[in-house]
Every structure is written in structure tokens, then in C-alpha cells.
Write a protein that binds this ligand. Structure first.
Ligand code: BES
Ligand code: ZN
Length: 618
């Protein structure tokens, strides 16, 4: 027997074979955390029955959230709620009083419902409000087909509470059922078992059988179509996008097979992707069974699909084994980047994998530099109490997390590391892990049995990047650097040198322009390669960044940048460009564009850019 020291949890994985329901492990001790009012050690939700009506006229969701609870003799159950209109509550079907606590900018309000020892169920009747942070209501104009409105939710990190009253901590695990009523012309899909066609009456019933954390409850509503890629993978998108999406993601089944070969069975039955309108604030969001994705990933040549590998990888690291608190976020993202790059290597080879890894390495360098006055923010384990969890959602968790795991892999050998990771996912499936319980698990299952010493604590608890870091090399990137130098030295562009370049090489080429690059150099390169009109969103974004950095205005690039910022709400792209404006002392220009683009952005992008540009909401 392997020694198991997950200190704080006592869990039993129960598989109910009769109805194939996987029950949440019984977790009796939840750790303290600062981003939820819930007191799950006293009374905890186990199953949600959601019954809602979605009204696009008033932009309001109305309905009930009913919970099956486990009660450890508590006299109240505490839920999180933010910007919700709580109408009334019931306990075991009987009307009951409730109390809303004081409002906190980050956390919202505690919703306290008195219960008795044998309470089994609590029900909340509620409405969303126009302040909701999770929901983005889109006009037809903001969609691909421009005919119907659209709605999507974003739960991570602590936004689910703004569309469902809930115990909104990643430590909570619930199964759910939902009945969602939408206008007849639209289709609703969730992070659950999904329809493949519209219903006649606009009524949709969902079931999520596997227990998930509340930040993974998700809903999207629009004029959607479905196209299968394989018998367990497929795409949802608006009509004009669905064939493109299917072609772009044609390797999805291969990705799932590669992932299963690495770290064990895919536990969620179906893996679909929905391509959302361009204001979606992330590249992707790993909602179980239904990844939400930005349309900017559709490049026409599958060159940006590592994003799909990333969200798929979260089916293990994140959705199956979940960070217990947002201070442990690196456990979700660092493992996922590692897994993503392993999937990409399995499908497309080491060259592609190393290029992706090196782009991340460069992002990490910039992030560490950006935090030079706040080195504690470059630790893997963070202390985000009194902060928005979003503050920790940067390249440190992703790329330092990745580098730690890659370095560890090199130290112990790939086979040993893979066996360890496979066991880690299996042992902790449908459960949550803190950084500390991970370190215990690592020591007793990998390092001690193999007599290996490793500076784990330095990687996790110290700022910066330890000296024993794995060194990532890419011949292709070295070649791209040489080619760039040659173009700059000779002031001539020989396009035959770059004919078979991948997107990653182009991104590297553009990001490595020296400080001394001139606007003449940029114009010459632009005229040769038409960067300003790049249809690949990543290439366009890094080119625009350089145009801003180097005061380049050729080929009407300013207009292109403005159009891009108005159309696309993907936070990483948008904030990179607004940061560049700020750094180049063009804050006024940035604010003028932001005035126009802000109404198109989801609240998570708005919050980031408001702070970045010091935007005055009044
Ligand atoms: N789970 C994240 C997105 C996220 C992080 C949402 C934090 C809310 C808070 C998702 O898996 C992710 O990492 N997306 C990346 C894509 C990627 C390939 C690194 C993104 O959106 O850019
Ligand atoms: Zn991720």
C-alpha cells in the first residue's frame, strides 16, 4: 500500500454503479480560506437543482436554486451571493427567513439561512441584477451572425455567486440538475450533458453527474449548432462559425487519446468546445464537458490549438483534482501547462512542444520583471487574502508552475514522473488539494521512495526562479533569431527564409525585435510579411504590441489596433496592448480607445483594464 498523507481530507470515493452517478467524496475538513463566506465544516451543499428562466428583454435570470445539504448539526447554512436579488427562501419545502450580511467589494454578501439538525434541503428564490459579474449579455451585433442575442457565464474565480447563490469555494463539490427556459430561437448549453439540437419550446434539462466545483458551473445561450468531431468530441458555434470550428479542432479526439495515454481515463464522457463571440474574456475556460473558447483561436491552420490541449488537460488538473483555495491556483494551471505541452508533444513532436514552452518562458521572464517591486507575488503559493483572486492569475502560476514540473521531470526521469502523475490524478480524483498536501504527496510518493532530494520548498515558497531550472532550447527559435538579425543587418528581406515557419516562430521573431529596431525596419518587414493584416490573432497581437512600443504607424496599423481592441475582449490580448500604450506614454490614446471598447468587454476584462488605465467609472 502506498502511504497516503493527504492531511486534511478523509474521503471515500463511491461509485454508484446502478445509475452511474459518481458521488462527491465525503470531505469532512475544509481548510480556512478567504474568498468565501461559506462554513462547509458546519453545513455543506452536495447537489444543486437549478430552475431558471432567462429573459433577454430585461436581461434578468429568475428562478430557484435548491440544494441537498449535509448538516453537521449546524444552526445555519451560509451561501455566497453577490449582486443578487434574494426574494425568499425555503427549508425542506417550508418558507423560512434568511439574512443577508454586509456587502464586501470582493466577496459580496453572506446569505445565512437558519436550519435545524435534520434539514435536508434549502431553496433560494432569486433574480440576477444588472450588476452581475458572471453574465455577459450580448446584442445581436456582438455575435458572429448578428441576428440573435447571446448570453454566457464565467464562473472562475469567484463569480458564480453573482448568478447563483452558492457556497462558492473550489473546495465544494456538487452534482447538479438544471432546467433552463430560453427564447425558442435559441439553444442553451451547460457544463453538463448537452442537447445537440434546439428544442421546440426553449426548455432545456441538464444533468451533471460528476461532482464539480461551483466555479465550473457554466451556461451559454445563443443561436447555436452542433457538429461532431468524433463520437465523444465536437463543437458548438453559431452557424457561420461551426464548420470552421470543426475543421480547426479536427484533432480533438487524438488529443483526448493522447491525454488518456499519459494520465488515465477521461472521466467526463464527452469533450465538446463552444466557440463564443469575440468578447469572451479568456482564451479558453475548462468548463467540464464543454470548454468555452474565444473565436480568436480559430486561425484557419490549427496553429493555436494548444489552447484546446490546455483546456482538455484541465479535465484532470483542475476539474478532477482541484486547487483547494485560490492561493493554490498554480496547482491548477502549472500542472495544466505541463500536461498541455505533453499532449502537444505527443501529437506534433518535441519541436512544437519546446516552442510553446519557450514562449511561456519568455512570458515568465517579463512577469518576474514586472513584479520586481513585489517579489512575494512571484511565489507559487500565494497569500491572496483581502485581494481579488484574479491578482494571482498570471504567468507565475502557469509558467513558473510549468518550469517547476519540467525541472522535476528531468530530475526523476520521464517514466517515473509519468507514473507518479497518473497515480496523483487517480488517488485525488474528485477531490481538492492544497499546496501543502501536494508537497506531502510528492515527498512520500516520488522523492522519498526514489531517494531523491529536490528543492521543492524553494520553488514553491521563495520568489523568483531557482538556479536548477530546466533550460529549454529550440533550434527553430535560434534560427528565427538569426533570420531576424540577418534582415536587420542587410536591410533586405529574403522571404524564402521563412516560408515554412509556424505561428510560434513568427511570434518569437516579432517579440524579439531589439530596442534599436527602427520604423523603417518595421515598415520593410510589414511590407514583406503583411503583419498589420495578420489573420492569426496571436501574430497580430504581438505585432501590434511592437508597433505601439516602437511608435510605428505604417500601413494604417493604428486603425487595425483600434478595431482589434473594440472587437476582441480576450483579457490577455487586450491588457497586453493597453499595457504597451501605457509604457509608451500613450495613455491618452489608450483611454480614447477604451471609451469605445469598454462596453463590449466582459466584467473581468473591464475590471483589469479599469485598474490598468486608472479609468474613472463616474
Ligand atoms: N482557467 C483558465 C482561465 C481562467 C483563469 C479564468 C483564471 C478565470 C480565472 C484557462 O484554463 C486558461 O488558462 N486559459 C488561458 C489559455 C491558455 C492556453 C493558457 C487563456 O485564457 O488565455
Ligand atoms: Zn488554464
Amino acid at each position: 500500500m502506498k502511504k497516503q498523507t493527504l492531511l486534511y481530507t478523509l474521503f471515500i470515493l463511491a461509485f454508484n454503479c446502478a445509475n452511474k452517478k459518481k458521488e462527491a467524496p465525503i470531505t469532512r475538513t475544509y481548510v480556512e480560506e478567504s474568498h468565501s463566506y461559506a462554513k462547509p465544516n458546519e453545513a455543506v451543499i452536495k447537489h444543486l437543482d437549478l430552475d431558471i428562466v432567462v429573459d433577454f428583454e430585461t436581461e434578468v435570470i429568475t428562478g430557484t436554486a435548491s440544494y441537498a445539504i449535509e448538516n453537521y448539526e449546524a444552526s445555519e447554512i451560509v451561501l455566497d451571493s453577490k449582486f443578487l436579488d434574494i426574494i425568499r427562501t425555503e427549508v425542506d419545502g417550508r418558507p423560512n427567513k434568511f439574512e443577508l450580511g454586509s456587502f464586501d467589494e470582493q466577496l459580496g454578501q453572506a446569505l445565512r439561512i437558519p436550519i435545524s439538525k435534520d434539514t435536508k434541503q434549502v431553496t433560494v428564490h432569486y433574480k440576477t441584477t444588472d450588476k452581475t459579474e458572471a453574465l455577459q449579455w450580448l446584442s445581436p451585433q456582438q455575435t458572429a451572425d448578428k441576428k440573435h442575442p447571446f448570453l454566457f457565464t464565467q464562473g472562475q474565480a469567484i463569480l458564480t455567486r453573482s448568478w447563483i447563490p452558492i457556497q462558492d469555494s473550489p473546495q465544494i463539490r456538487i452534482t447538479y440538475d438544471a432546467k433552463v427556459v430560453v427564447p425558442k430561437e435559441l439553444m442553451a448549453v451547460m457544463s453538463a450533458e448537452n442537447p445537440k439540437q434546439k428544442t421546440v419550446d426553449g426548455v432545456y434539462n441538464f444533468e451533471m453527474k460528476q461532482p464539480i466545483s461551483p466555479y465550473l458551473i457554466a451556461l451559454a445561450i445563443g443561436d447555436l449548432e452542433y457538429k461532431a468531431v468524433s463520437n465523444r468530441t465536437g463543437v458548438y458555434a453559431e452557424k457561420s462559425m461551426v464548420d470552421k470550428a470543426q475543421a480547426e479542432f479536427i484533432d480533438m479526439e487524438k488529443m483526448v487519446v493522447a491525454a488518456e495515454n499519459l494520465y488515465g481515463d477521461y472521466d467526463w464522457d464527452q469533450f465538446d468546445v463552444i466557440v463564443l463571440p469575440p468578447s469572451f474574456p479568456f482564451g479558453g475556460m475548462e468548463n467540464p464537458r464543454l470548454t468555452f473558447a474565444t473565436p480568436t483561436v480559430i486561425a484557419g491552420d490549427k496553429s493555436l490549438t494548444s489552447l484546446i490541449a490546455h483546456e482538455l488537460a484541465h479535465s484532470w488538473s483542475g476539474n478532477l483534482v482541484t486547487n483547494a483555495t485560490w492561493n493554490d491556483f498554480w496547482l491548477n494551471e502549472g500542472f495544466t501547462v505541463y500536461f498541455e505541452i505533453r499532449i502537444m508533444e505527443a501529437l506534433y513532436g518535441k519541436d512544437r512542444a519546446n516552442m510553446i514552452a519557450l514562449i511561456g518562458r519568455q512570458d515568465l521572464e517579463e512577469e518576474v520583471e514586472g513584479f520586481k517591486d513585489e517579489p512575494e507575488m512571484t511565489k507559487l503559493k500565494l497569500d491572496l487574502s483581502n485581494k481579488n483572486p484574479d491578482d494571482g492569475m498570471n504567468s507565475i502560476a502557469y509558467d513558473k508552475g510549468y518550469l517547476f514540473l519540467r525541472t522535476l521531470e528531468e530530475k526523476v526521469g520521464r517514466d517515473t514522473f509519468d507514473a507518479f502523475l497518473k497515480n496523483y490524478f487517480k488517488t485525488n480524483a474528485f477531490s481538492t488539494v492544497t499546496t501543502e498536501s501536494f508537497i506531502d504527496y510528492l515527498n512520500s510518493n516520488l522523492l522519498e521512495p526514489n531517494g531523491i532530494t529536490f528543492n521543492t520548498e524553494e520553488w514553491i515558497y521563495q520568489p523568483g526562479i531557482p538556479d536548477n531550472q530546466s533550460i529549454i532550447v529550440s533550434n527553430k527559435f535560434e534560427n528565427a533569431e538569426k533570420t531576424l538579425q540577418y534582415y536587420l543587418d542587410t536591410k533586405a528581406v529574403d522571404v524564402s527564409k521563412t516560408q515554412d515557419w509556424t505561428t510560434q516562430e513568427w511570434v518569437h521573431f516579432i517579440r524579439n525585435f531589439p530596442e534599436t529596431v527602427t520604423t523603417d525596419d518595421l515598415l520593410r518587414l510589414d511590407n514583406a510579411f503583411d503583419f498589420t493584416n495578420a489573420t492569426n490573432s496571436h501574430i497580430a497581437m504581438v505585432w501590434y504590441e511592437q508597433a505601439i512600443n516602437h511608435d510605428y504607424h505604417g500601413n494604417d496599423v493604428d486603425q487595425k489596433i483600434e478595431d482589434f481592441l473594440i472587437r476582441v475582449g480576450r483579457r490577455w490580448y487586450v491588457s497586453t496592448l493597453f499595457k504597451a500604450f501605457k509604457k509608451a506614454d500613450k495613455a491618452e490614446k489608450a483611454l480614447a480607445i477604451y471609451e469605445q471598447s469598454r462596453p463590449n468587454y466582459h466584467s473581468v476584462t473591464v475590471n483589469t483594464i479599469d485598474v490598468l488605465l486608472g479609468y474613472d467609472k463616474e
